[in-house]
Design a protein. Structure first.
Length: 194
């Protein structure tokens, strides 16, 4: 009996975390309070957001509900070594998705139950967009592969009206022939360029 092929998102998730982690490792002490394209978040706030997301993964993949996890990952989850704390959280999240059978479970999220691969797709798309945000906040090249950008664009397009959620700025218009990255950013209310 052959094993089921791995869902593409399970291969892309570590790549998205590594792209974000690459930029976390570039942060100098004076850059932590710097602004990002996320108007409410500094560089530290953005890293905190993605770190907290990764801390949820092992809990949710073990079957915990949002109510059971409670407020454990609310607020500032970063320690005095944010880069190391990010790395530990990212590694734990990756490991949780590598547990045999993890891809086939149902995850209990605040808006309902979803397959683990669907949850992983959401996390991957979020990491891709926030890698761009972090790179912009640092004045660095986001170094996002075409495959990650294409995946994130397809995933986010499937979410419907993003601005209506209150979590995203309104989508921006894009010119004909715009690159997938420009379309992804515009879909999430961001502009690629100065």
């Amino acid at each position: 009996m052959s094993e089921r092929p791995e869902a593409p998102v399970l291969r892309l998730f570590p790549q998205a975390l590594e792209a974000f982690g690459h930029h976390v490792r570039l942060i100098t002490p004076h850059q932590w309070p710097a602004p990002t394209p996320c108007s409410e978040w500094s560089v530290r706030d953005l890293v905190n957001h993605l770190t907290a997301e990764q801390l949820w993964v092992p809990e949710l993949l073990m079957g915990s509900t949002v109510a059971e996890v409670g407020t454990r990952f609310d607020g500032d989850v970063l320690d005095d070594d944010p880069a190391a704390f990010w790395q530990n959280a990212a590694e734990a999240a990756e490991e949780a998705f590598r547990v045999p059978g993890a891809a086939g479970i149902t995850v209990h999220l605040s808006f309902g139950d979803v397959p683990a691969t669907g949850y992983c797709a959401q996390l991957t798309a979020d990491a891709v967009v926030h890698t761009w945000d972090l790179a912009r906040g640092l004045g660095a090249d986001p170094r996002l592969s075409d495959e990650l950008v294409d995946f994130a664009l397809a995933e986010i397009d499937s979410w419907g009206d993003l601005a209506g959620t209150g979590l995203f700025a309104p989508a921006l218009p894009v010119p004909d022939g715009a690159s997938p990255l420009t379309r992804l950013l515009a879909r999430t209310g961001r502009r690629d360029g100065p």
